[in-house]
Write a protein that binds this ligand. Structure first.
Ligand SMILES: [Zn+2]
Length: 285
């Protein structure tokens, strides 16, 4: 059981030659109910030998991890706290997660690349990696995911990866699959090791993966009334132009074009909530 006093709350540093010239951060537990990253730390860090540079392994939200919940009790989504203060509500700015984000920012800015390891409560989700075109996507080409997805900095700003990208660094967020799934922890371990190899921190060659897809988020449907999906759609379910997705109150919602549905876990979505994201194929670069 993790506690707020874990060494990973302040960050565990592993370093090799010229530690100040190449610095990366690996983060786990930005959402406290996603254990894959934390378990991967326990498997990777103790025996790790860093050849070059410095790597900081750090927990995102130790309080929520101790509580086993996405946010701390009465708190806010840490992955939305990396916005400018003016874009946060008074309630958000008084949360534990806001304070934690301020603690994490200098660590993030001391590095040039971040791998943030997540999981999901949705048992039907598939693993994917969030990486924006350019340098993040070039690294994601090597990571063990069939789907690279981008466009979240605009649709869901304020995450750790957005913060890094905004500051001219590389921010990558990997979604390792359903919490507790047998593949989630191995996926997290492989993601961390491959990231460390590409960054030149540890020995080992990697190649860009075959059969990856880049799906870029183009839009979001927010429920105006109660939104009900036509049927349960898996994550990244392909849809054709004009295909019926569901109903929003008395309105039928169809796909504006050929694409994919993302974040479809709630079959019935209350008014005001995000119902789904819509993405489309994009080049792998
Ligand atoms: Zn998460």
């Amino acid at each position: 059981m993790s506690s707020p006093e874990s060494v990973y709350t302040r960050g565990v540093i592993r370093e090799g030659k010229k530690p100040d010239e190449l610095v990366s951060v690996i983060m786990a537990g930005v959402h406290g109910n996603e254990p894959a990253g934390r378990k991967a730390f326990d498997l990777v860090v103790p025996d790790l030998t860093i050849k070059n540079g410095k790597v900081i392994f750090i927990y995102g939200n130790p309080r929520a991890m101790a509580e086993g919940t996405r946010f701390s009790q009465g708190g806010a989504n840490l992955n939305g706290m990396f916005k400018d203060d003016a874009d946060l509500s008074v309630r958000e700015r008084s949360s534990y997660e806001y304070d934690r984000a301020q603690e994490l920012k200098p660590t993030l800015l001391s590095s040039t690349a971040l791998l943030d390891v997540h999981g999901t409560a949705n048992p039907d989700s598939v693993p994917f990696v969030i990486a924006e075109p350019g340098k993040p996507l070039a690294i994601a080409r090597h990571l063990p995911y069939d789907i690279i997805s981008s466009g979240y900095d605009e649709q869901q700003p304020g995450g750790t990866d957005h913060f890094m990208n905004k500051h001219g660094r590389v921010g990558i967020c990997c979604e390792t699959g359903p919490n507790g799934h047998e593949h989630s922890v191995p996926k997290a371990v492989e993601s961390i090791r491959t990231f460390l190899q590409i960054r030149g921190h540890i020995e080992g060659e990697t190649e860009p993966r075959d059969n990856q897809k880049h799906i870029r988020v183009k839009g979001m449907h927010r429920a105006k009334d109660t939104f009900t999906f036509r049927e349960p759609f898996p994550e990244f379910a392909p849809v054709e132009k004009d295909e019926v997705i569901g109903t929003d109150g008395s309105n039928t919602i169809t796909a504006s074009d050929k694409g994919y549905l993302i974040f479809t876990s709630q079959l019935i979505v209350p008014p005001g909530d995000e119902a789904f994201l819509f993405g489309q194929d994009a080049p792998l670069r």
